[in-house]
Design a protein around this ligand. Sequence first.
Ligand code: ADP
Ligand code: MG
Length: 720
Amino acid sequence: MSTPSEALHQALAERFGHSSFRPGQEEAARAILEGRDVVAVMPTGAGKSLCYQLPALLLEGTTVVISPLIALMKDQVDALVARGIAAAAIHSGLGAGEKSAIRQRLARGELRLIYIAPERLSNSAFRAALLRSGVARLVIDEAHCISQWGHDFRPDYRRLGALREALDVPVGAFTATATPDVRQDIQRQLGLHAPLELVTGFERPNLTLAVEECRSQQAKARELARVIAEVGTPGIVYASTRKGVELWGALLAELGLRSACYHAGMGAEERRAVQDAFLQGNLQAIAATNAFGMGIDKADIRFVVHADLPGSVEAYYQEAGRAGRDGQPARCVLLYTPNDIRTQEFFLRGSNPDPMLLRTVWQQLGHGLGDSEIEDLAGRDSARRMAAATAARLLRQGAETKGAPPGRGDLPLDLHQLREKERRDRQRLDAMVSYATMDFCRGISVYRYFATGAISASLGEAAEEGCGSCDVCLGWHQARTRDLTEEEHQQARIALSGVARLDARFGVERIAQMLTGSRAKPILRFGLHRLPTYGKLGELTLPQTKELLSALTSAKLLRRQPIQGGPSGAFVLALTPQGREVMHDRARVPLALPSKEPSPAAPPPGRTSQRPPPAPELRAPASADFEAPHAELLQRLREWRTQRAKERGVPAYVILTNRSLEALAVERPLHAEALLAIPGIGPAKLESYGEELLSLVARGDSAAGGSPPRDSAPVDGGEG
Ligand code: ADP
Ligand code: MG
């Protein structure tokens, strides 16, 4: 007799052809094999399936797997059958004959695994058949769907508690995205007994997590183009609306990429075709809503860019985590504008109807009104219309569950629970906003969030030890700072003293209005036009002033302070001790201000999401764009970079980005100051590589016969 551990290792090698377990797999598989309940939280791609498929091979009886998506089930079953393992799936996509054939195999105990869509469980004949067959284990995949606190609640998952009770077998619950409270909810609802709780595999050192705060849609477009130029394809751009998806899809096409869109508004067949083309490598990029990607097994995704702020860190990391499964460097970038928070606030309101609205809609349902009438009666505010539609949906579901006709008697919903859900939705959004706005290691932020449920928990102690691979740890934002001109320094001091006078009382918008001398109503109402700093930055535009305030914040001269009890992402600005030093002219600090070029006009506020991103000004320059001497130098620079990257054991772009190399090849800087004008080269890079780069360029110059530098680089040096 072999030990359980030996049996598992043997099956791993013989049946699955893997040489070793990944983090957490063996522990989870053993616990399941030994009959212990398990709640395992492992990120997408970590290999959750193996944790229950392996024990299923070794156990007497069938393992029942509940899985929310037919496509996922099919893929899994196909893969198992291909390995000679008896597995099947039962779902609505099968004909009656197929279903009954599978039921017979189940009854005869021929199946190692059976995958079931949760809505099947409403069929009592099927439930009874399941109870009569020899079920050994129950597995819940995507188990967060059971919890209303999760981001992807599915009412059908509510039946699983009863199923577990009826089957009375050990349960394994698996998910990629559960914070501690969701984990507890899963345990409670499934009635697990002292389960093994496993949270593992969230560290993904090959992913570079980054956030770019963008002031406009154009700036987002430029960032996207830059990411693609730096890390290559394939990749995914996520947007939160269909319209957004189409706009970003158009942009990808304009960048010359083989690309396509994917969203729920497309037909199932079309979506399948797009997905297949992407999986097979026929598409370089996809613009998609979050409908795309669940269960996608594509290892070589080089970037996942979020063009809109997601509603939670769980959702964000699950989507971002689709990048770099092959272990090679990959980039996950969140492009964020403060406006995005408003969009999320909108969704939050729209998906959490208040009790008054619920009662109104309940009566309307009783009078037989349809969805569109109910929405129209809710008025013109679109968040309220969405809330009315949500209310109608929840109430109909509630009525159906209770078997009561709509509109009669009490509301068929637990109002306390709904309030609780809203509170948690808000908490999740707050955490997401913290992730986007804080200058703290993104990797640590995420790991902490999954462990503790908060982003900001005891930030201080871990502050020295970052993940080492995110934008903060790599110092990207510092690298973009530059010394200020005397005039800019004075402007910074004025801005700081403006904030000092209004310490922690107003946000960016009001302070910028005050500094630029706006006559907007709130300025006059609050008497801000009587401050000595009023209008002192009149030579700057409002967007420029906001940019300055944001650069002062990044440099930690100002601090964003959340408003107690205020909406998500609403901040007031406060002066920091360092800020005070600069204000009194006792210190000077370089800032991440754009270089002094005319910047594109900002779109009118509040409409950014409806405007198509304009044709990108930044092209991803292909080597072919370079004349021979440039190409030669570029090649030498690349070789140099590869060598340095190897020596330091870091991805190449950590040394210098493609963008920097290309600018170097074209601009051919001859001295240190000119090097600093190259995008991506700041004081630190100058210090480390300045001399080497200058000598590489000098050699290039003699080889090229001293060709004069072009007067403009093919890349855009502006930061939006
Ligand atoms: P998850 O459900 O956690 O998203 P999957 O179970 O779908 O992940 O597994 C993702 C991929 O990892 C699959 O292609 C699977 O074959 C592979 N995989 C899982 N475990 C191992 C292992 N121990 N060694 C090598 N590959 C593995
Ligand atoms: Mg899975």
